[in-house]
Design a protein around this ligand. Sequence first.
Ligand code: EAX
Length: 325
Amino acid sequence: MKLTRLPIALALAGAALLTSAPVAAQTQMKMNISIGQNSHYGVAIDTFAREVEKRTNGRYRIQNFYAGAMGAERESIEAIQLGTHELTMSSSGPVPNFVPETRILDIPFLFRDKAHARAVLDGPIGQDLLAKFESKGIKALGWAENGFRHMTNSKRPVNTPDDLKGLKMRTMENPVHIAAYKGFGIVPTPMAFTEVFTALQQGTVDGQENPLSVITAAKLDQVQKHLSLTGHVYSPAVLLMSKAAFDKLSADDKKHFMDAAAEAIKANRARVDEDDAKGVADLRAKGMQVVEVDKSKFQAALSPVFAEFNKQFGQANIDRIRNFK
Ligand code: EAX
């Protein structure tokens, strides 16, 4: 009996060896984001991982980490420069500290709407900016997005820019945002997003600003009473990869990674559209007081700041983005 089973055992062992062969040739990569999986970032990196695996027939596998499990955004960008992990998707928050040229995208009221922003980012201006990451050891795979940012706080309804005066607000670690929000009379407190919920809960800050996508995904309604639909700035996001890891890919695989990024960006933007469409109703249902504001008043309040930005960035460079068709 034993003897007759032997060939079967051998065949099974052989089959196991055969099926494990492709696994041995598999390269694992890690990707980290600062917000949860059920979000416009989560769908993006899940789509990316799926598409990379599919397009490379499983030779590359991306292991995804959510909610800052491998660090906040700035740490994650540093990690891909060092090669500790290969991939991340980040808001523009800490990005100017690595690639200062991207700062221009963070100017408030620069983009009319998401279609305008997406066209600029996908066009020559956005693509030129992506190329600037290379000298920093980063391959930028494409611009994704957060959406237009709105203000929330726990103190009072914000109807006009005057209502912002003296509010202590968490901001991203972004020099353009910090300068602009001071122009509103806000007291900016920059910190990583991974610390925001606790800071709001403990009252370290009165408020924060983020798109509906982030407010809903991070359940900020649990710690914030008032939401004002200021849409004061468009918030880009970017898919980043360690340049060393990207350079190791074959030409075909580079294309697969780029194509996977394009799919991830599509999924991200579709989710932002979805979140924008239902976010206000969702947040109202959860008890937030939502104020529609006259955005032009908020824009006017920043006139002195805009004059400063015109000097700093060059009026022509700003107009090139504003007037992009
Ligand atoms: O990337 O830091 C922020 O407020 C970002 O918008 C958020 O983490 C999503």
